[in-house]
Design a protein around this ligand. Sequence first.
Ligand code: ZN
Length: 241
Amino acid sequence: MRGKALLSAAAESRGKRRILAGVSIETQGRAEELWRAVRFLWYFLCRADKESTMGIPLSETMQDLFQKLLKAIGEDPKRKELLKTPKRASEAFQFLTKGYDEDLKTIVNGALFPSETDGMVIVTDIECYSLCEHHLLPFIGKVHVGYVPNKHIIGLSKIPRIIDMFARRLQTQERLTQQICDALESVLKPKGIAVVCEAEHLCMMMRGVEKQHSKAITSCVKGLIKKDEKTREEFLRLIGR
Ligand code: ZN
């Protein structure tokens, strides 16, 4: 009898432990989920601190997301060939959006020089790779920049770097063109400035209307190049339009 009582007490106690363990695992699961959500939000609020926010690298969160994405499209993230894909994709995505962490002042870094002429400065066919903010697909093209100096000229290599700063973000081509123009205008205070961007959008080529040969052209023109017909014609001729 005593033995039976002991056995049933032991079974009851095991049962309680199981229930307790069950509750505890469930609670832990919820707490973990909540904690993950808080961390995820925190990463994006503290994007600048990419390497380590609350002790966990941003890339780790991105890797989680890419792993979920692989599952969502019906792939098996544990497939041998895909094991490193979340890591690679996360690194690629961080590179493609690194413009968020750059700023104009650091890029220009004082590379302004006195202008000895008021002749137009043109840089054409600057390669440009960006991501469309509607589909997260690339748009690829060229940017042409021209300005009529006022007092300063800018180091030529700075122009592509400024373009990249804005292009390495989620963009629309229209806004990208405007931002490049505004940034150069704020730095140079030129007599006139023009930025023309021509690009092909993979969201139009690979999906949707599936048009392979259409190009979108956007422009932003200010000051003398806008007002003076001859100056505008000179700009268009020099960029080969
Ligand atoms: Zn798009």
